[in-house]
Ligand binder design. Structure first.
Ligand SMILES: CC(C)(COP(=O)(O)OP(=O)(O)OC[C@H]1O[C@@H](n2cnc3c(N)ncnc32)[C@H](O)[C@@H]1OP(=O)(O)O)[C@@H](O)C(=O)NCCC(=O)NCCS
Length: 141
């Protein structure tokens, strides 16, 4: 979910503006369901990165399927399509983070073959933002 200052207009500009920061695959209801044609039921948002250990990587930032469409293979299909795009770009890994409370998603990713790097290697997901980021940049706000 988006934090209050992070408006949809920013999300749109960052993905579909002149300098896209991410890519997005969407799932829509099939055309035969005429009353709901073009109705969005899921998405996978991702971007590319690099690791000195492995090389090209894709980072899956968000995966979502609306609750009434879950359990029908849509999430797996979205992941599969991201994997295809990633492999075509020479990526060797897909990275993503999952909140500890999201036990259903954790189990779901595991059955797709994902490894928990916190459990397996003690890796912590770090973040440096807000005031700390500005301080680091020597920015006196
Ligand atoms: C996680 C999520 C994307 C899964 O999407 P989905 O469309 O419901 O999943 P699928 O129907 O594609 O599941 C495919 C497979 O996973 C299995 N599966 C589903 N839920 C599972 C679970 N909790 N644990 C283990 N396996 C599960 C299905 O049986 C199916 O297996 P099969 O291919 O062998 O038949 C969806 O539940 C969701 O949007 N959740 C809320 C948002 C979220 O938590 N996103 C992840 C944030 S990191």
């Amino acid at each position: 979910c988006l934090s209050a200052p992070f408006l949809p207009v920013v999300l749109r500009a960052d993905g579909f503006g002149g300098d896209p920061f991410y890519q997005c695959l969407i799932a829509e209801l099939a055309p035969e369901q005429e009353d709901k044609q073009g109705h969005l039921i899921g998405y996978a948002l991702f971007f590319f990165g690099y690791s000195v250990n492995t090389g090209r990587i894709v980072y899956l930032e968000n995966l979502y399927v609306v609750s009434e469409s879950r359990g029908r293979g849509i999430g797996k299909k979205l992941m599969s399509e991201v994997a295809k795009v990633a492999l075509a770009r020479g990526c060797v890994e897909m990275k993503f983070t999952v909140a500890e409370w999201n036990v259903r998603a954790l189990a779901w990713y595991r059955q797709l073959g994902a490894q928990d790097k916190t459990e397996a290697g003690g890796w912590h997901c770090m973040e440096l933002g807000g005031e700390a980021l500005h301080r680091l940049a020597g920015d006196r706000r």
